[in-house]
Design a protein around this ligand. Structure first.
Ligand code: GN1
Ligand code: MG
Length: 352
């Protein structure tokens, strides 16, 4: 169900229109963009009555089935807010429109989603210590286990073939052949690195996909957890649009590829990228502390990080070839740097 409302032209007028769609009439006193996501645009908004919200303008090119997202999010919201609340993590509570919809659409065609802000929390930019690693991995393990008790059958798929490794290989090959931006000849070394790594990891990637039988987060980057600013304790798992059937090994792999190094995802000093084995161990132990892998999954744990690094690397490289149409960039060459970082991480992770 989508609500419409009048819209102004400046950003804060648009944000005001979004809040009114959620029946929030109090004036906005502060609004700040939240950086980090590559797909949606996100703002933190404070109103005159002292309340805080997070609103997102959704990228409907990437999420083409917004009704699947909305249905899933409603069920996940109910699980965390109406069901058993004794877990040590939650998710931000979704705002509802007058007709109880989660999405609000403005007359300019934009579609929005809002949640209550989780106060006194922030997303850590990186895992600094093994203790940080345990906190974040336990939180995502708890999230995956909580989803096992979701009533009402499987969640809907929100993006088709999202973690289909072989399809990501095909997409990269197509991008190289189409060469829409003429960039292919300048990155032949990266393309051959990608091909070699993809070849090495195709078999474990397919074994991981064969275990894709439960609802998981599917984008379990370490920055998708909000932690208490004072204590560092996990508070809320965020960025739930891709929570759909998948493999918990994918979530663990995302944690490893995003937490293994203390360098940024788009670092350009590749030589400085080192993987921190004690951190990786803490990520694996923390996740397993809260989520029980099957015996078939256990031998695949060691491949989870490299598989997800290469999968993301292939996606970044394909997007670089396609003219940066999918992942938002702040500077030219950023998707190429992101791809190189992922391939470098995979090589380091495979040294074990
Ligand atoms: C995207 O928007 P964000 O940063 O949460 C992407 C993930 C990638 C990630 C890489 C829907 O997530 O799959 O792993 O970038 N999300 C989508 O940082 O494609
Ligand atoms: Mg995401």
């Amino acid at each position: 169900m989508v609500a419409t409302t009048n819209i102004g032209s400046t950003p804060s007028e648009r944000l005001g229109a979004v809040l009114r769609a959620y029946q929030i009439e109090s004036d906005i006193t502060a609004a700040a963009p939240l950086s980090g996501g590559h797909i949606h645009r996100t703002w933190s908004v404070t109103t005159a009555d002292g309340r805080g919200y997070v609103v997102q303008e959704l990228n409907a090119q990437v999420f083409r089935d917004l009704s699947a997202c909305e249905e899933n999010l409603r069920r996940i919201d109910d699980l965390f807010h109406l069901g058993d609340q004794r877990r040590d993590i939650t998710i931000p509570r979704h705002l509802r429109t007058e007709t109880a919809g989660l999405h609000a659409s403005l007359p300019d065609g934009s579609v929005w989603r809002g949640t209550c802000r989780v106060e006194r929390s922030s997303a850590p930019q990186a895992v600094r210590t093994t203790d940080d690693a345990s906190v974040v991995a336990r939180a995502f393990g708890t999230f995956a286990t909580a989803l096992r008790s979701l009533p009402g059958g499987p969640l809907r798929g929100t993006i088709p073939r999202f973690h289909d490794f072989e399809w990501r290989i095909d997409q990269l090959r197509e991008a190289r052949l189409a060469d829409r931006t003429g960039r292919a000849s300048g990155i032949s070394r990266d393309l051959s690195d990608a091909a070699a790594l993809a070849d090495e990891l195709l078999e474990p990637a397919e074994a991981i996909a064969a275990n894709a039988t439960h609802a998981v987060h599917n984008d379990a980057k370490v920055t998708n957890l909000l932690c208490d600013r004072a204590t560092g304790a996990a508070r809320a798992v965020v960025d739930l649009d891709t929570t759909m059937p998948g493999s918990a090994l994918v979530d663990l792999g995302e944690l490893i590829r995003s937490g293994a190094s203390d360098r940024a995802e788009d670092a350009d000093d590749l030589e400085a990228i080192e993987v921190r084995w004690p951190v990786i161990e803490a990520l694996i132990d923390g996740f397993r502390d809260r989520y029980e892998f099957s015996t078939a999954e256990m031998p695949l744990i060691r491949y989870a990080g490299p598989v997800l690094a290469v999968e993301n690397g292939m996606r970044f490289l394909a997007d670089h070839l396609n003219g940066d149409a999918y992942f938002r960039i702040d500077r030219p060459g950023q998707n190429l740097d992101r791809a190189r970082t992922q391939f470098r991480l995979a090589v380091e992770l495979l040294r074990s």
